[in-house]
Design a binder for this molecule. Structure first.
Ligand code: DQA
Length: 142
């Protein structure tokens, strides 16, 4: 199965952001882990990151032509981007929402996700391991 991992706004700054919330790994290190975990699970993965909402929407549309599963961490867009939510609603493949930090225990505005009702599964507050869990979930649904 081909899996797209789309990371959104500010996730390129991992490693510089609060390690108590997001861990100390850079995005590059995180993506290397994701590639390794995917190989172990027999999945083929492509990781992408952008800080531009329109680009993220375009990628959501594009990956529909080749991916069998998608893992999304929208960063702060999680809490307000109805444009991305509408793009995600178009997927007819399993979609896993991931957050490194436990958004359910943070500021009130972070506790709501616009994706909640359009994703297959959510993995929240498990740090980088959350991406492994998301990959495992997709490999089980393959
Ligand atoms: C995040 C949580 C969001 O609230 C925040 O804006 C992020 C990262 C997470 O992975 O924990 O940028 O999606």
């Amino acid at each position: 199965m081909q899996v797209a991992v789309l990371n959104g706004v500010n996730l390129n700054a991992l490693g510089e952001r609060d390690p108590a919330l997001y861990g100390g790994m850079s995005l590059n290190e995180l993506e290397n882990r994701i590639y390794r975990w995917a190989r172990e699970l027999g999945l083929s993965v492509r990781c992408l990151q952008t800080n531009h909402e329109g680009q993220f929407v375009d990628w959501c549309h594009e990956v529909r032509s080749w991916a069998g599963g998608v893992i999304l961490n929208l960063g702060a867009w999680t809490h307000y981007s109805y444009a991305i939510r509408d793009a995600v609603e178009l997927f007819d493949i399993p979609v896993v929402e991931v957050h490194l930090s436990d958004i359910s225990k943070r500021e009130e505005w972070r506790q709501h996700s616009v994706l909640e009702d359009v994703v297959s599964t959510r993995v929240i507050g498990k740090g980088p391991e959350g991406y492994r869990e998301a990959l495992a979930h997709l490999s089980e649904t393959a």
